[in-house]
Ligand binder design. Structure first.
Ligand SMILES: Nc1ncnc2c1ncn2[C@@H]1O[C@H](COP(=O)(O)OP(=O)(O)OP(=O)(O)O)[C@@H](O)[C@H]1O
Ligand SMILES: [Mg+2]
Length: 378
């Protein structure tokens, strides 16, 4: 009869009357398989439906219960089937030995029906709980695998995204440089010849001026000449800021020195420039980026540091290229950036440019101790 619970119990006992008693007791609730030898017990344990519990007699002719248990435990398909030993009341050591070999419980003969039913139920419930846990574990492992695959996919997407972002940033930097170069060119070309022509015209007007008007008008002409010189200088400065011509003609070290001198003159801050070799040229984009980073850092020195002295140092003869801008100003706490006051773009831009160039950027600063910006390109 198929049991209510659906559990299958295999009884292995060489004595037919034992098999009969146990089968009658159990078959109202379980599917029962009964065999009379260890060998046929092993065969039955390996067939489907696999037993959920084995009641195993210890003393049998041929293969005894211990040998059967050892074989069951060796086999991958049967090693986890719980085994309850059937031992004679007189054989006191059997239970201990059986438990040591891996039996889960024992029942002494002659059997007591209520005790047998209770022990069988306990073992089946324990097995059910173990099976449930095993299934849960398997389900969890599948779920963990699924999530890991999902996470790996997301991580790959993030990496691809960052790569695309890096490419876009690099493109943006080169577009910006291009726009600066063109703006600087246009500004210079469209204003410079006209300003020069105005100057020449003024000179002619000044010489042609009738004597009687000379004092008053001559002063105005002088004033206009000064305004033209001032405008020309401003435009030259703006153009140089947009795209320092030295950067193209003489390279970064020379451009930096030129810029540093101008900066020192404008701000009154003493600036030391330690840029070793002027003949070394780097890729144009890299030179532009390092130049822009120095510009930003020096602008910060002028705006925030109240420094009296700044050192710009560039080592670009061998890799890594190292650029540092160090000031002796008021310093600040980088941890507090963005937490108080307005958020600036300068430091962010510097970091971005350093990263776009494939390098790293560090900032060391603390209140009262000055600031050091370092960019390293491997
Ligand atoms: N050399 C420095 N000495 C002291 N404080 C500095 C220095 N450089 C930066 N800081 C501090 O860090 C803040 C952020 O600088 P950042 O260059 O990012 O922005 P900003 O200069 O305020 O604005 P922006 O550069 O966008 O015009 C500054 O407001 C200032 O408080
Ligand atoms: Mg700034």
């Amino acid at each position: 009869m198929i049991a209510e619970t659906g559990a299958t119990i295999l009884i292995i006992d060489d004595l037919a009357e034992n098999l009969l008693v146990l089968s009658e007791l159990l078959q109202s609730q379980y599917r029962v398989l009964a065999v009379t030898s260890g060998e046929s017990g092993l065969r039955a344990a390996n067939r489907l439906p696999k037993p959920d519990l084995i009641l195993l007699d210890v003393m049998m002719p041929g293969m005894d219960g211990y040998a059967v248990l050892a074989r069951l435990r060796e086999n991958q398909d049967t090693h986890d089937i719980p085994v309850v030993f059937l031992t004679a009341l007189s054989a006191a050591g059997d239970e201990e030995r059986g438990l040591q070999l891996g039996a889960t419980d024992y029942i002494t003969k002659p059997i007591q029906p209520t005790l047998v039913l209770a022990r069988v139920r306990t073992q089946l419930e324990a097995k059910q709980a173990r099976d449930w846990l095993t299934n849960q574990n398997a389900a969890l492992e599948t779920e963990v695998d699924r999530r890991m695959t999902e996470l790996k996919k997301m991580e790959q997407e993030r990496i691809d995204h960052l790569k695309r972002l890096g490419e876009a940033s690099r493109h943006l930097v080169s577009v910006q440089e291009d726009a600066r170069r063109r703006l600087s060119g246009e500004l210079h070309d469209r204003t410079s010849p006209n300003l020069a022509a105005i100057s020449i015209n003024l000179d002619i007007i000044a010489t042609e001026l009738p004597q009687e008007h000379s004092t008053d008008l001559a002063e105005r002409i002088e004033d206009t000449r000064a305004l033209i010189l001032d405008t020309t200088a401003s435009i030259r400065e703006i153009c140089a800021d947009l795209r320092p011509p030295l950067l193209d003609y003489a390279g970064m070290a020379a451009a930096l020195e030129g810029y540093v001198q101008q900066f020192a003159k404008r701000t009154g801050i003493e600036v030391k420039c330690d840029c070793a070799n002027h003949n070394i040229r780097l890729a144009p984009d890299l030179e532009s980026m390092l130049f822009r980073i120095t510009q930003e850092a020096l602008t910060n020195c002028a705006k925030h540091a109240h420094a009296t002295s700044v050192t710009v140092s560039l080592h670009h003869g061998s890799r890594p290229i190292v650029l540092t801008v160090t000031d002796n100003g008021v310093g600040f706490d980088p941890e507090r950036l963005g937490k108080i006051g307005r958020i600036g773009l300068g430091l962010l831009n510097m970091r971005e440019m350093a990263e776009v160039a494939g390098g790293s950027y560090t900032i060391e600063s603390s209140p009262g101790k000055g600031t050091r910006i370092a960019v390293e390109i491997p």
